[in-house]
Design a protein around this ligand. Structure first.
Ligand code: ATP
Ligand code: MG
Length: 399
């Protein structure tokens, strides 16, 4: 509101737009707030203390309030006339750096329900694409011709699946059908952009439903090709089950406000590929632990061609895999060492999932559950005796 009113006070038009308007109208809490204005990026930044311009080709302003940023974007226009230079052979838009008016800005957005503008002049909703009708009917509809719009930016296919699941909307027929034939365009999307999208797909609280929908629309195979190949090869239903269970657990953890990490989910999502490769290496007599480590490296490397996984996630992911065979060693020393590993909890959760789908003997998991309880007991005792020792010292000190 402060950003909107400050822009207005300086004579600019400004509107709240996008997901925030959509979510507020649906009675949901918006994740972030976007503002569209006719002020140019430099003009926006001149009005706010904590403003940063980001983006090279199309610059937009981030205005910070504490750690949160409000994104303020100048209306964008359709770049007609010179279209050819900005579009690849498949129709993908490479640059869109033309300013426009509010109506052009609306038509460039992806879905009709994402193109609603809240106007502080008269508290009305400005709607150029009949988005209100779709919002009331619960329909996610691409603006314009679906095929053209997916070709311009194939990530819109992932957004369609994610938003439909999140909002519990139906994807309009034409917008849905085009996805089924154009999925392979996702192969042209940069690996770093796909990572950000995958993160939103699986860490927004509806991972299970989203994963199911991705498979139904045939998009999952473009995100995790090696996993799909491995499952097709092994033909083991437990592989999908493992993934499904992990998704449900993730959603539940988010509901309970517990932390979730992409590392764990990626470890699950790529596990079928790792197992497949381990089997192959075992044939050529590589020792098991080494085979697992090598398979992990290969799978992580191949996957990062599709979805770039930052090291802070790929390292723990591979550690979760590497720790799995160590659970077989239940000797006192090695068990204690494993339990003190910083990644123990994640690796144990992974083991638990594997046992739930029949990959690991449940008795082994029970052993580790008990061992942890014993260990906690032991830790409590140690902490108590340390406290007693400190207490005695303090006592002595006062005399
Ligand atoms: P979320 O709840 O995930 O934030 P959102 O719709 O707000 O959903 P954002 O990524 O925050 O998604 O984008 C804000 C707005 O920018 C969208 O509502 C839409 O109007 C526009 N937009 C985002 N991505 C695209 C795209 N790929 N093509 C066209 N318009 C887009
Ligand atoms: Mg948003």
């Amino acid at each position: 509101m402060r950003v909107l009113y400050r822009l207005r006070a300086k004579g600019y038009d400004s509107y709240l737009v996008g997901g925030s308007v959509r979510d507020i109208l649906l009675g949901k809490e918006p994740k972030d707030f976007d503002i569209a204005t006719n002020a140019r990026p430099e003009q926006i930044c001149a009005l706010f203390h904590r403003c940063r311009l980001i983006g090279r080709r199309f610059r937009l302003a981030h205005i910070y309030f504490g750690r949160e940023a409000i994104e303020v974007v100048t209306f964008r226009g359709a770049d007609s006339g010179t279209q050819q230079e900005h579009v690849t052979e498949s129709g993908r838009i490479l640059s869109d750096n033309v300013f426009g008016n509010i109506e052009e800005d609306a038509l460039r957005r992806d879905f009709t329900v994402n193109a609603l503008y809240y106007n502080i002049e008269d508290f009305s909703i400005v709607d150029y694409t009949d988005g209100m009708t779709d919002l009331r009917a619960g329909v996610l509809r691409l603006i314009g011709d679906p095929e053209t719009r997916y070709r311009e930016d194939p990530v819109r296919m992932l957004r369609a699946v994610r938003l439909a699941t999140k909002l519990d909307f139906i994807i309009d027929k034409a917008s849905a059908e085009a996805i089924e034939t154009l999925g392979d365009l996702l192969q042209d999307i940069s690996a770093s952009r796909l990572f950000e999208e995958v993160r939103k797909l699986f860490l927004s609280g509806a991972a299970a439903a989203t994963c199911q929908a991705l498979r139904e629309y045939g998009l999952f195979q473009y995100l995790f090709p090696e996993t799909c190949k491995a499952i097709a090869h092994s033909n083991a239903s437990s592989d999908w089950l493992l993934i499904e269970k992990a998704m449900y657990n993730t959603d539940e953890r988010i509901r309970e406000d517990k932390p979730v990490t992409p590392a764990f989910l990626l470890a699950v999502l790529l596990w079928p590929a790792v197992k497949e490769l381990v089997t192959q290496r075992r044939f050529s007599r590589v020792p098991p632990a080494q085979a697992l480590d090598q398979a992990g490296a290969v799978v992580a490397g191949e996957q990062s061609q599709v979805i770039s996984i930052p090291k802070r996630f790929s390292h723990p992911m591979r550690e979760i895999w590497r720790m799995q065979p160590r659970f077989d060693q239940t000797g006192k020393k090695s068990a204690e060492r494993l339990m003190h590993h910083p990644r123990f909890r994640a690796a144990y959760d992974f083991l638990l999932l594997r046992s739930e789908v029949g990959e690991v003997d449940p008795e082994l998991v029970q052993w580790w559950t008990a061992a942890q309880l014993g260990n906690e007991e032991l830790q409590r005792k140690r902490a108590a005796s340390a406290r007693r020792r400190r207490g005695r010292k303090r006592h002595r000190g006062t005399h």
